[in-house]
Design a protein around this ligand. Structure first.
Ligand code: GLN
Length: 447
């Protein structure tokens, strides 16, 4: 009732939820109440969650923030959704996001932008903007978002929350509507590291429906036990010393590094010569994968079908043109271009090679350092519309977050103070593959 009341009061302005499951949530709450009394309640009893519009929830609408999936109801639950339900969580609604996760501000949603609760007309961050604002504005306790290049961490950073992207293959992608399959990860957005750890513990682990999921056992992340008391930490020199950083973000990051030193951690600058290749590699490979993944939306199998079609080819073309938004159409075209016979080697193959180099370089660094840190984003939340006319500026906002997805490593964004306008600043910590237990306990210890 508490969360529903907040949704009622705030959602019209903030636009975080696209659907609210009020009656069924209240009924479920009664059921769980009874279970609690009977002593049979499970681990997430009473945890009120929201889910990003990219996750499938049986018999509920999932539209990936897109018109092309108009009215699409899933016939099954995403594995992550099934697992939280099995532990007695209550799913209160589906949350706004950029279309298919393509965006950094939630402004590419077919349902309109989602507003940050802090500041005047500030973006939520994206693509899991609705998932972040819903937690920020107490419309649910925690959210499940998805992160392909920063979409959990960036809105968490912009909204003053904790956002965790697990190691690639830690969490099943079954029932996650695909954007770029070799990058996509489901992750929690929460108010505390502990809640993120509890949720990861439940959604992680092998799954027969997704053969790419790791069989490694799921650790007791929520114990938040640190293996060591002091760590060796590298900060990306180019990121932290860059003139492109908003001054308050720079100052807050330096202050955090000083704090880490004062706690006995060893803190060193590291060079990362390939930093200039992060965004080109990310945007070539993700658009390529997206153009292939999104080819299934043809106006025949799901969602929107053009009424103006006259034959099969015009049905495809018109349905796709009407159904997809501008950014998604642009990415499908870019992806088709980089995969086309004459350009495949020049772009796609080359980007795969650079991805490998970035991975090797990062893995080598993580042999020497326990964690790599930097600000989550170069600036705090933009004004609505501030970056929409300039895609390069928009993509630059992803500079620090895409690395973790390019190399498949876990990374977390935690709050690190606010700027002069009171807008939250995020601090990102990246760890080695499957080192979520250490990453979470370290994040908890410096939060
Ligand atoms: N902003 C990035 C993009 O537009 C990341 C999005 C995401 O992680 N889904 O691709």
């Amino acid at each position: 009732e508490f969360y529903l009341k907040n949704i009622e009061e705030k959602n019209q302005k903030l636009n975080a939820f696209l659907s609210v499951f009020d009656k069924e949530s209240l009924a479920k709450a009664d059921e769980i109440d009874a279970k609690i009394k009977a002593g049979t309640a499970k681990k997430l009893a009473g945890m009120v969650l929201g889910i990003k519009d990219l996750l499938c929830y049986k018999d509920h609408i999932s539209q990936a923030g897109s018109k092309i999936l108009n009215g699409f109801e899933s016939q099954f639950n995403a594995t992550a959704v099934q697992r939280v339900l099995d532990e007695d969580a209550i799913i209160i609604g589906r949350q706004n996001c950029d279309e298919f996760g393509m965006g950094s501000t939630n402004e590419n949603s077919a349902f309109g932008a989602c507003l940050n609760e802090i500041g005047e007309n500030r973006v939520a961050g994206g693509s899991s903007g609705g998932s972040a604002v819903a937690v920020q504005a107490d419309m649910c306790l925690a959210s499940l978002g998805t992160d392909t290049g920063g979409s959990v961490r960036m809105p968490a950073g912009f909204c003053g929350l904790v956002g965790l992207k697990p190691t690639y293959s830690r969490v099943s992608r079954w029932g996650l509507i695909a954007y770029a399959s070799s990058f996509d990860c489901i992750g929690p957005i929460t108010k505390s590291v502990e809640d993120a750890a509890i949720l990861l513990e439940i959604i992680a682990g092998k799954d027969e429906q997704d053969s790419t999921v790791s069989n490694l056992p799921v650790e007791a992340y929520s114990d938040l036990k640190a293996e060591k008391t002091t760590y060796k930490i590298g900060y990306l020199k180019d990121a932290v010393e860059s003139d492109g950083l908003q001054p308050e973000v720079k100052a807050a990051t330096w202050a955090k590094l000083e704090y880490l030193k004062s706690q006995g951690h060893e803190v060193e600058a590291v060079d990362f010569p390939l930093i200039k290749s992060f965004l080109p590699t990310y945007y070539i490979l993700t658009t390529a994968e997206a153009s292939s993944n999104l080819s299934r939306f043809d106006g025949v199998k799901y969602g929107h079908r053009s009424v103006a079609a006259t034959d099969l080819m015009s049905l495809y073309k018109k349905s796709r043109f009407e159904g997809f938004g501008k950014e998604t159409r642009k990415r499908i075209m870019l992806g088709t271009f980089v995969l086309s016979a004459s350009y495949y080697d020049a772009y796609y193959t080359k980007a795969q090679k650079v991805r490998r180099l970035i991975k090797e370089f990062t893995d080598n660094l993580l042999e020497n350092y326990d964690f790599l840190v930097c600000p989550t984003t170069p600036t705090t939340a933009y004004k609505l519309g501030e970056k929409t006319a300039d895609p390069i500026q928009m993509y630059l906002g992803d500079l620090f977050t895409v690395q973790a997805n390019v190399v498949g490593l876990p990374a977390i964004s935690i709050p690190n103070g606010v700027d002069n306008d009171g807008l939250p600043i995020g601090f990102q910590i990246m760890g080695g593959a499957f080192q979520e237990a250490a990453l979470l306990s370290f994040a908890q210890s410096i939060y």
